[in-house]
Structures are given as structure tokens and as C-alpha cells.
Design a protein around this ligand. Structure first.
Ligand SMILES: Cc1cc2nc3c(=O)[nH]c(=O)nc-3n(C[C@H](O)[C@H](O)[C@H](O)COP(=O)(O)OP(=O)(O)OC[C@H]3O[C@@H](n4cnc5c(N)ncnc54)[C@H](O)[C@@H]3O)c2cc1C
Length: 383
């Protein structure tokens, strides 16, 4: 077992850390307050090739390995979960779904522009009546000769109002449930597609979450990804990738909590002593750090399994569940360490707490991950 990062992984760490400090951190607070979508940050990321980080070079990407990609997301997550959310939806839900399941024509048509950041993407399974149980999707796709016609309402689509294309998972035959699902590429300028940004979220406020209405939305036949009946698998494989990214981003957020707390307790004096000299304060920071290291190891193991092409659904679930819950606990403790200052947006901690709460819900709730892990451990399906 080798715990050393290779040259590429170290280079990615340095480059993205530097980028995120210079380009993401300065506006993170204002972007959160104003719910500003990070368009300028995405342009700068695209200029560095980061919008296509794990996309193969033949499609215009950087061809990064899974661990390097996870490190990139971790460093973005250190500064902003909202930027992380935007990027992982585009790369891991959008582009990598086309890479894994798309035809040669689809790959050639979309991937180079996606990797270059010229096309932004989203991906949506969720509907007003459908969350964890995606086999119950109600949005319908009807075969109409040389096109598909889609009708239905989707919700919580990350990037939905800013994307150029959205991959929609829709039903073709209700009696087939999960086996009737298909994955469809919808250009967002299609007649019958409309998106409305959702406001008033607790966290991830500068990430775009949108409701989507599909009203007789006609798309060409060739916009189906894979085959009818494969939509469930397309979604599950997309979740395996983005759960990894959510976990990596949460590790970044937790590291920010550790670093901010360590700095604060060295500077702040109460009862004539540095806060760091009080054992109860040290305890909070020690717990945070160990949880951060444990979460990082789970994420890196999942990344290494992905890179080796080995099964990793359970390991990815473990990483996602543990990292996001640990980040929530860590942010809570980091606020406690900072006292009343931590309760204001002068420090990023209250934003991290609000942001990582979302990470315990999206891409499979913590409960769903426990069920997945429990089913694998006991051999008994509890859902
Ligand atoms: C910020 C944000 C961004 C998002 N981005 C996207 C996106 O880009 N695309 C997309 O498609 N969706 C997106 N989502 C939606 C997200 O995937 C869903 O919220 C998630 O799958 C949970 O569904 P739900 O909210 O409907 O909760 P429900 O499924 O209704 O669950 C409610 C509660 O019941 C529990 N529960 C449900 N079923 C079971 C069970 N069998 N056993 C035990 N407990 C259960 C859950 O754990 C949860 O606590 C996003 C959500 C958020 C908050």
C-alpha cells in the first residue's frame, strides 16, 4: 500500500489549490449572499483545462486519473462547495455520462466543447414526487418516429438554468418501472424546455438549482444515450461518479474547518491563555482532524478502485456518507471553536455548515447510503 501521491497528483493539488485561493475564495462569501452563479470562475477553469479534467485527451480533456480528479475537487471544495457542485454536475453527471454511455457520434459532438467549457451540462432524475426512488420517475418520453417527445416536471437540476444541455432520465413505459427508463440529451434551447432557478436555499446558494418544465419538448431520435431500458444504469453509474466528487469536496470543506480552527485558537486569548491551551478546545480540533484524515482515505481508496476499473459502489457510498456527515460535524465544531465570530459570515464556517448539509441529502441521502452498505454487509435488502 502506497500513500504517496505521484507527480501528476501533486501538480494538480498545487495548481488547483493556487487557483482556488486566487479565483474562488475572494468572491465565495459575496456569491453566497447574492446567489451569484460562478460564470467567471468557470471560464477561468476552462482556460486551465479543468472543465475537462478527467475527460480523455482524444476528446479535448486533460485525461487526469481518478485520484487527481478527486484532489482537484477536494481543493475546490476547500474554498467553495457551490463551485464544486457546479463543476461535478457538469463533468461527472453530464460529460462522463456521455463518455461512458454515448455513441461515437455523441462523444464527438459534445465532449470536446464540454471539456473546453463551451457547453455546460446538467443531469436530472429528481421530480416533485420522485426523490430517492428513481424507478418511480413520471416524466414521459414518447417515441414519435424520428424524434422523442418529452413531457413532465423535473426539479433540483444543478446547472438547469445555465446549462446548454441537460441529460434527463425519463420513462418510456410506466409498467416497466426502472426497466423502462431512458437517458435523453435535451438542448436547453429546445422548444418546450423551460427552467426556473430555485431561490431561498439554505446552502449552495451560488450553485444553480432549477425546476424544469418539459412541455411537448421534441428532440431528435439520436439524442437518446444508450438504449431504452438503460436509463436506470446511466443514472446509477453517474451517481457512482458524483458521489465520489461530493465526498472529495466534503473532505476539502472539513480541511478548511481544521485549518481555520487551528489558526484561530493560536491567536485568540481568553482567561489570559491562547484558546488552544484549553483541552476541551483541542479535543474538538483533534476530532475534526482525525475525521478529515479518515474521510480522505475513504475517498482516495474509492478513487484508486475507480482508476483500477474495480467495483467501487460500496466503497464510494462509504466515502460519500462518512465524508459529508463528518464535514457537517466538523463545521459545527469549527463554529463552536470560533465562538460568536464563527456564527457570522466574517468566517466561511457557517457557509460550510449550510453547504455540507446539502451534501448529506443530494446524490443519495445518508440514509440511502446506510441501506446500500447494510444490504451489502448483511445480504438483506431493506429497501
Ligand atoms: C442542492 C441540491 C442539488 C441537487 N441536484 C440534483 C441534480 O442535479 N439532479 C437531480 O436529479 N437531483 C438533484 N438533487 C435532488 C436530490 O438528489 C434529492 O433531494 C435526493 O435524491 C433525495 O430525494 P428527496 O429530497 O426527494 O427526498 P426523499 O426521497 O423524499 O426522502 C426524504 C427522507 O426520507 C428518507 N428515505 C427515503 N426513502 C427511504 C428508505 N427507503 N429508507 C429509509 N429512509 C428513506 C430519506 O433519507 C430522507 O431522509 C439535488 C438536491 C439538492 C438539495
Amino acid at each position: 500500500m502506497d500513500f504517496e501521491l505521484n507527480e501528476t497528483q501533486l501538480m494538480v493539488r498545487t495548481m488547483v489549490k493556487d487557483f482556488a485561493e486566487k479565483e474562488v475564495a475572494p468572491t465565495a462569501r459575496e456569491d453566497d449572499i447574492n446567489e451569484t452563479f460562478p460564470t467567471e470562475i468557470l471560464k477561468k477553469m476552462a482556460a486551465l483545462g479543468l472543465m475537462g479534467a478527467p475527460i480523455p485527451e482524444e476528446y479535448g480533456g486533460m485525461g487526469l486519473d481518478w485520484l487527481s480528479y478527486g484532489i482537484m475537487i477536494e481543493e475546490l471544495g476547500y474554498q467553495s462547495q457551490a463551485v464544486c457542485s457546479t463543476v461535478r454536475a457538469h463533468i461527472s453527471l453530464g460529460a462522463q455520462s456521455i463518455l461512458q454511455w454515448g455513441s461515437d457520434e455523441q462523444k464527438k459532438k459534445y465532449l470536446p466543447d464540454m471539456a473546453a467549457g463551451k457547453i455546460l451540462s446538467g443531469f436530472v432524475t429528481t421530480e416533485p414526487n420522485v426523490g430517492s426512488d428513481i424507478a418511480g420517475i413520471e416524466c414521459m418520453a414518447v417515441d414519435d418516429g424520428d424524434s422523442w417527445i418529452l413531457n413532465g416536471t423535473k426539479t433540483w437540476c444543478t446547472n438547469g438554468s445555465n446549462a446548454d444541455i441537460v441529460i434527463v432520465i425519463a420513462q418510456t413505459d410506466k409498467s416497466l418501472k426502472g426497466r423502462g427508463l431512458g437517458a435523453f440529451i435535451i438542448p436547453t434551447d429546445s422548444k418546450g424546455y423551460s427552467a426556473h432557478a430555485m431561490h431561498g436555499k439554505m446552502g449552495l446558494r451560488s450553485s444553480d438549482s432549477s425546476e424544469i418544465a418539459l412541455e411537448d419538448c421534441r428532440i431528435p431520435k439520436e439524442n437518446l444515450i444508450g438504449k431504452i431500458g438503460e436509463g436506470f444504469k446511466v443514472a446509477m453509474s453517474a451517481f457512482d461518479r458524483t458521489r465520489y466528487c461530493v465526498a472529495a469536496g466534503a473532505v476539502g470543506a472539513l480541511q478548511q474547518c481544521v485549518d481555520a480552527s487551528a489558526k484561530y485558537v493560536a491567536d485568540r486569548v481568553q482567561f489570559g491563555k491562547q484558546l488552544g491551551q484549553f483541552q476541551l478546545v483541542q479535543e474538538m480540533i483533534s476530532e475534526m482532524r482525525v475525521e478529515c484524515e479518515a474521510a480522505r482515505l475513504l475517498v482516495y481508496r474509492a478513487g484508486c478502485l475507480k482508476e483500477a476499473g474495480k467495483p467501487n459502489t460500496i466503497e464510494t457510498s462509504m466515502a460519500k456518507w462518512y465524508s459529508t456527515e463528518a464535514a457537517f460535524r466538523g463545521a459545527n465544531n469549527a463554529i463552536q471553536v470560533h465562538g460568536s465570530y464563527g456564527y457570522t459570515n466574517e468566517y466561511p464556517l457557517e457557509r460550510i455548515l449550510r453547504d455540507v448539509k446539502a451534501c448529506t441529502i443530494l446524490e443519495g441521502t445518508s440514509q440511502m447510503h446506510k441501506l446500500i452498505i447494510g444490504r451489502d454487509t448483511t445480504g438483506i435488502a431493506a429497501f
